[in-house]
Write a protein that binds this ligand. Structure first.
Ligand SMILES: Nc1nc2c(c(=O)[nH]1)N[C@H]1C(S)=C(S)[C@@H](COP(=O)(O)O)O[C@H]1N2
Ligand SMILES: [Mo]
Length: 313
């Protein structure tokens, strides 16, 4: 989803126009900021209904984070590489939870959007996701702005959830209802889809924390470059910090690329490597490792190493 402009090959923040749009239930609902409300109900001491000014009265936070689509929940192991890096602003969910007062039995936070529709043969669905209360309280933000401007209708206007370390599917757009509960909700998008079996096998787990991944952006896939010295660049990301990126040109060994540190926010990290390209076609691959020791697989999963083809002339 990233277009690299030859003038600005390495935009750290993805312009809003270039951010992918993923709507499972049809067109974006058109909500109005003046009539929007968010209800907080279920296992809480004080059920609430917040309007937009009340959300702005809460403490506000601003941060950059990788925004990545998991891919089709019907094909959980197929790479799509729809990834961007954006700046969000909004109120921490923790501030809303403090107002509502979770009851002792509350273990899960359900987040529901205002869109309604059909998906994978089921009709009349809402968009519902859930996260463990501890995790949601620690990191979810109720965002009203993207890259310094109000959310656009397609991106969840006026308010969406953002779970910065998680796949995009968890960041519920057009957020209108939060439920605290002792159990997970049984729903197409929570327990039946968006689950996957870990690489070694075992029980299916919900799609939450991002995988380790990397993407070559310069030169462009299919592009041509002058033969000789060439700079290969891209971005790497994960739920934790990426600690190494290696690049392989054709069948040569993997070589360590120069990698920026992540900084305080869960943003992507730029990497680059100078190499020498003989005239002719070349294949370039990149592979990231994160601080949890996860490494991109060569093949077979949605975060398999990225490969581009370039022509040196
Ligand atoms: N209400 C609602 N929220 C949603 C979705 C949706 O269809 N409806 N799609 C999810 C998916 S799969 C992704 S990848 C992100 C995409 O966010 P974006 O369209 O703002 O890029 O939103 C998530 N939140
Ligand atoms: Mo997605």
């Amino acid at each position: 989803m990233i277009r690299t402009d030859p003038e600005t090959p390495d935009l750290f923040i993805t312009p809003v126009e270039e951010v992918f749009i993923r709507n499972h239930l049809g067109p974006a609902p058109r909500l109005d900021r003046d009539t929007w409300t968010l209800t907080v109900e279920g296992a809480v001491e004080r059920p609430l209904r917040l309007d937009f000014p009340a959300l702005l009265d809460l403490p506000q936070t601003r941060f950059t984070a990788v925004h990545e689509c998991f891919g089709s929940p019907l094909r959980p192991h197929v790479p799509t590489r729809a990834v961007t890096n954006v700046e969000w602003a909004g109120a921490p969910l923790a501030a809303v939870l403090a107002l509502a007062g979770p009851r002792p039995e509350a273990r899960h936070v359900w987040l529901e959007g205002a869109d309604r529709g059909d998906f994978a043969g089921e009709s009349g669905l809402t968009y519902l996701k859930d996260l463990p209360l501890d995790q949601a309280g620690a990191e979810v933000v109720l965002a009203h702005s993207m890259n310094g401007e109000p959310l656009r209708p397609d991106h969840g206007y006026p308010v969406r959830a953002v779970a910065p370390r998680m796949f995009g599917t968890n960041s519920v757009k057009w957020l209108t209802r939060i439920v605290l509960a002792a159990e997970r909700p049984d729903h197409l998008f929570t327990t039946r889809l968006y689950t996957r079996v870990p690489p070694g096998g075992g029980e299916a787990r919900p799609v939450r924390e991002k995988d380790v991944g990397s993407k070559l952006l310069t030169p462009r896939d299919g592009g041509s470059v002058p033969a000789g010295a060439c700079e290969l660049e891209g971005y790497a990301w994960s739920a934790t910090e990426v600690t190494a990126v290696e690049i392989a040109v054709d069948d040569a060994d993997w070589q360590p690329a120069e990698l920026e540190r992540r900084g305080p926010h869960p943003s992507w990290q730029r990497f680059r490597l100078r190499c020498d390209l003989a005239p002719g076609p070349h294949r370039v691959r990149c592979r990231a490792t994160d601080s949890a020791g996860r490494v991109q697989p060569l093949t077979g999963d949605r975060n398999a190493v990225h490969e581009i083809g370039i022509l040196a002339e």
